[in-house]
Design a protein around this ligand. Structure first.
Ligand code: TXA
Ligand code: MG
Length: 323
């Protein structure tokens, strides 16, 4: 099926209807790039079995080649075709799929080599977003999808975020509204002796530990387990700092009773803050530039539940500014 990025200087906008789902599956079948909504963030999706299509993901994001991708499917049967589902993995799958959890499992080598970045494991997820599920079912195969943002920048939680940052590089954008979780998936490696937490994310550590017991964490700085966990990530255009005294030139993002020009959650609700995080960072960038602010300052967030994943993203966003 002829399908070339050069034919589409502007992406095709698709909607949450039968025609949108059918066209989205067709774009994937044709080796195209599709911005796909999931409950965590929008993904930049391509057929995981098609090496050229996968290569285009890296090219569009400007992403380092060594950084492997998450593969999305609609069912545990499909996961089993791609990877070995160990007993602990099955327990986790039953508890958290479909949902904001990615499992790193022994790969069966069924996807393009570029997807795994040379590792013998594969990261897989069954997303819960109804529209994503319809597309995955209509397409029928494995879909590789990193977050749909240029490498290192803030992740997209609305179709407009994708259109603004990657618009000319994707063939189609499927608009599924705002992402309800708003943080990337929690990444786990269920090994024989322990389940290792590779990335904090949309499912809180406490919820996972209630199912499989204490997690092993090896998030030692400098030792990068999930290769995409580079220190500088989620960067706003404007320097960002976390906590500290407000100063002139600040554009402040508040939380709970701490006021701000914008807020993550006026109620101090971590679930709401997670869902708002990336959208508020996108807005803060725009507002800071419009006002001539010098930096974005985010109020401290408590380090519990989803607060851990929110703080992880904020620390990485702030990394540059603190150098
Ligand atoms: O919620 C999400 O996870 C979103 C949506 C679109 O599903 N995707 C996402 O993908 O955040 P991305 O590419 O931005 O992050 C994937 C992370 C990276 O840190 C990568 O290094 C890690 O997954 N990863 C992928 N395969 C891996 C593997 N075999 N072993 C360890 N880490 C892996
Ligand atoms: Mg990402």
């Amino acid at each position: 099926m002829p399908h070339s990025i050069a034919d589409h200087p502007h992406p095709e906008m698709l909607h949450d209807d039968v025609a949108g789902v059918a066209r989205a599956a067709e774009v994937l079948r044709g080796g195209g790039l599709l911005a796909l909504p999931t409950e965590t963030v929008y993904g930049l999706a391509a057929d995981a079995r098609n090496p050229q299509a996968v290569a285009r993901i890296f090219e569009a994001k400007g992403r380092p080649r060594f950084n492997p991708l998450i593969v999305h499917v609609a069912s545990v049967d499909q996961v089993e075709e791609l990877a070995e589902v160990t007993p602990v993995a099955r327990k986790l799958a039953e508890a958290f799929w479909p949902g904001a959890m990615t499992l790193v499992l022994p790969s069966r080598g069924k996807v393009a080599d570029l997807v795994g970045g040379g590792l013998d494991t594969l990261a897989v997820r069954i997303p819960a977003h109804p529209l994503a599920r319809k597309v995955l079912e209509a397409f029928g195969g494995p879909v590789a999808a990193p977050s749909a943002n240029p490498s290192g920048r803030v992740s997209p939680t609305k179709a407009a975020h994708v259109a603004d940052s990657l618009g000319s590089k994707v063939d189609a954008i499927l608009d599924g509204g705002s992402c309800t979780v708003g943080l990337e998936s929690t990444i786990l490696a269920p090994d024989l002796r322990a389940v290792r937490l590779l990335r904090e994310g949309g499912i809180a550590r406490e919820a996972i530990e209630a199912v499989v017991g204490p997690l092993a964490t090896d998030l030692t700085p400098g030792r990068v387990e999930a290769p995409g966990q580079m220190e500088r990530h989620y960067a706003t255009q404007m320097p960002l700092v976390v906590g500290g005294e407000a100063r002139s030139g600040d554009l402040v993002i508040g939380f709970g009773s701490a006021p701000g020009d914008l807020t993550l959650s006026a109620k101090g609700d971590l679930l709401e803050a997670a869902a708002n995080l990336f959208s508020v960072l996108h807005d803060a960038d725009r507002l800071a530039m419009a006002r001539g602010a010098e930096r974005i300052r985010v109020t401290d967030i408590p380090e519990i539940g989803l607060g851990r994943a929110i703080n992880d993203r904020l620390r990485r966003a702030a990394f540059q500014a603190n150098q």
